[in-house]
Write a protein that binds this ligand. Sequence first.
Ligand SMILES: Nc1ncnc2c1ncn2[C@@H]1O[C@H](COP(=O)(O)OP(=O)(O)OP(=O)(O)O)[C@@H](O)[C@H]1O
Ligand SMILES: [Mg+2]
Length: 234
Amino acid sequence: MSIIAFQGLTKAYKDVVAVKDLTANVEAGRITGFLGPNGAGKSTALKCLLSLATPTSGTALIRGAKYQDLVNPMKEVGAVIETGGFNPSLSGLKNLRIIAASAGIGDGRALEVLELVDLTDARNKKVKQYSLGMKQRLSLATAILGEPEILVLDEPANGLDPIGIAWLRDFLKKLTANGHSILISSHQLAEMQNTVDDVLIIHKGRLVTEGTMANVVGSGTLEEAFIRSVEASA
Ligand SMILES: Nc1ncnc2c1ncn2[C@@H]1O[C@H](COP(=O)(O)OP(=O)(O)OP(=O)(O)O)[C@@H](O)[C@H]1O
Ligand SMILES: [Mg+2]
């Protein structure tokens, strides 16, 4: 069953067409890797999916609806899209409590998710004193605050140390074992090859490859398949 559907999605910024006629599905209960070179249009497509950008034409829907029309978005879809959305003068805990309150999520959940992302010791530190990796963990904590079944993650491993990356890998595996659906963009192809079930590769705004990891990779590596796809569509 498809849980996320891009249908003829196009997004243009003045003279730059960032996403061109993207049609692709994300299946329920699986991890889908959303890959492509710098500037391929991944973040733009994910922003359209999360109603942070308005499509020029086409649609990007979650369970058949626009994100902006979901009744309780944080309980349906968790997102890591940019790490800049926090109040830098407040602690990580305070930031999470404000977001939880605005989404009707109980106060105790903020401490729970901080524990899950290993930020308990830093919970009372101001976010401006957080490192890049700590902000990334706080973004992940925000994404799971509402216990959503769907996660949309734009380069969530960015800034994480090796322990954080290993934690993220186990964390995502556990979520899909529980039936969660995850759409994740990343440039860490070796990591993706070990984590992801399905692959979407875009280049210059267009879908160039889609399939299961096994089909896309064949007997080689994901890096080889990626370079082949991108060069073939250049
Ligand atoms: N707000 C914007 N205004 C104008 N152009 C934009 C805007 N956002 C993105 N673009 C352009 O759209 C194209 C796609 O950018 P996007 O950020 O979606 O790529 P990406 O695949 O996420 O790249 P990366 O791997 O570097 O994160 C690029 O040419 C970029 O310059
Ligand atoms: Mg991006």
